[in-house]
Design a protein around this ligand. Structure first.
Ligand code: HEM
Length: 395
């Protein structure tokens, strides 16, 4: 299930740029003897896709030629242009003294696409999503107002979350918010901080933000593991979830559909944090240890095996990715999934604080008003009471 969901998200992500660029028939290159034409150059200048296969495979016969490492070797079967194409399309046989996964890549070809996507759609839609969610919540608040405790308060309290659960939650929340703020500074702080603080001031903040981001990430990962272990049993699907969903959680005057410890809405939050937070952590680790943990070529191979890109009309995804291309995909994926999780978590913060009377106490003191619990988690209250009765009976 988890794998399928990730595969689906990835497939949607990689479908986007392909749809943004219309495919056109390959131009006739007979006039240039198979070399690139004016049309190719014009398409590239317009930012349109150019099928480079006519060049990437046109690398002469490198095995018949002298090795590029030989001193003053004759060119033999590989001419200069053949060799440069081999370097550009990462098929030349390079050896370096530096033993590093990325050291043999002398020309890397996908940098501009990455930079433009990062500064364009990623920033625009990422912030659009987060600000749009905030605007919707303000609208929701204006229409629905604060969800109040309907019945008479009892004055009795029920323990909802133990201190270890609250510790894990606040570790997750605190680290996530710090990571979000420092991540935004890394992504586009230069755009608004350099004009305000100058390059020197920004440099100090950027170095600090990167340090915080790299180190706080461990707290986030630990917190994810903790909440998974503590809450997974309460977040497995249950038949009461169907009724809860059909009644829309009773948000618009539909009463209070019964729920166990977590209702279907909260289960959605939980699994979003686990799956999206897990994916952010995986791509984050890939960024934290540059070139050491490439993940995308292997994922593309799996996607191709499932036949998903083919189903979307994208053909097989390229699984021969240069180390830098792996890093670029990791950066984009990390940022996109973080924006999505941020938007989900903003809705969660709203409902856990100003949106609902009595909810915050669950994570504040750990104890909630019994009437609140009866209204929002009636099946859980019954479970707690029957456990108490059993414990009382047996003592
Ligand atoms: C900083 C503001 C936040 C507030 C005020 C807040 C509040 C709460 C409250 C009151 C609950 C318990 C709800 C209940 O009793 O049923 C809760 C649960 C939870 N929180 Fe938060 N939270 C915050 C941030 C976060 C963040 C940043 C994350 C994840 C990145 C997160 C993840 C969760 C999860 C997974 C649960 C359990 C499922 C749920 O109740 O939705 N929280 N939070």
């Amino acid at each position: 299930m988890l794998r399928l969901f990730s595969v689906f998200l990835l497939a949607m992500f990689f479908a986007l740029p392909a749809y943004a660029q219309e495919a056109e028939p390959a131009p006739d290159r007979s006039a240039t003897g198979g070399a690139q034409t004016l049309e190719d150059i014009m398409r590239r200048q317009q930012g349109l896709e150019v099928d480079n296969s006519f060049r990437s495979s046109n690398t002469g016969n490198p095995t018949g030629g002298a090795s590029p490492t030989d001193q003053l070797g004759t060119l033999g079967g590989a001419s200069d242009p053949d060799l440069w194409r081999g370097l550009r399309f990462d098929s030349a046989d390079i050896t370096t003294q530096i033993q590093h996964p990325a050291a043999t890549v002398l020309i890397q070809d996908t940098g501009m696409w990455w930079l433009q996507f990062r500064e364009g759609p990623l920033t625009k839609y990422g912030f659009g999503l987060v600000l749009g969610t905030m605007a919707l919540l303000v609208l929701f608040y204006l229409i629905r107002g604060r969800i109040r405790i309907d019945g008479e308060k009892t004055g009795r309290k029920i323990l909802r979350f133990k201190s270890i659960e609250r510790f894990a939650h606040w570790l997750l929340a605190g680290s996530f918010i710090l990571l979000g703020l420092t991540g935004v500074i890394s992504l586009l702080g230069r755009n608004f901080l350099i004009p305000a603080l100058g390059p020197e001031g920004f440099s100090t903040i950027a170095i600090g933000a990167k340090w915080v981001h790299n180190n706080v990430s461990w707290a986030f990962m630990l917190a994810i593991v903790m909440i998974f272990v503590l809450w997974v049993v309460h977040n497995l699907p249950h038949r009461s979830d169907i009724n809860w969903l059909l009644k829309g959680g009773g948000i618009f005057g539909g009463g209070h559909p019964p729920a166990r410890k977590f209702n279907a809405g909260q289960k959605f939050i939980f699994w979003s944090v686990i799956i999206l937070g897990g994916s952010i952590s995986a791509s984050g680790l890939s960024l934290l240890f540059p070139f050491e943990l490439p993940m995308f070529a292997a994922t593309f191979e799996k996607l191709n095996q499932f036949g998903i890109p083919q189903l979307l009309g994208l053909g097989e995804l390229n699984t021969n990715l240069a180390p830098h291309t792996e890093m670029q995909y990791a950066q984009l994926w990390h940022a996109i999934v973080s924006f999505v999780l941020f938007a989900i978590v903003i809705a969660h913060i709203y409902i856990g604080s100003v949106g609902m009377e009595g909810a915050y106490d669950a994570m504040g003191s750990g104890e909630v008003e019994e009437q609140w619990a009866r209204e929002h988690h009636s099946l859980w209250v019954e479970e707690v009471k029957s456990k108490e009765a059993k414990a009382g009976g047996s003592s």
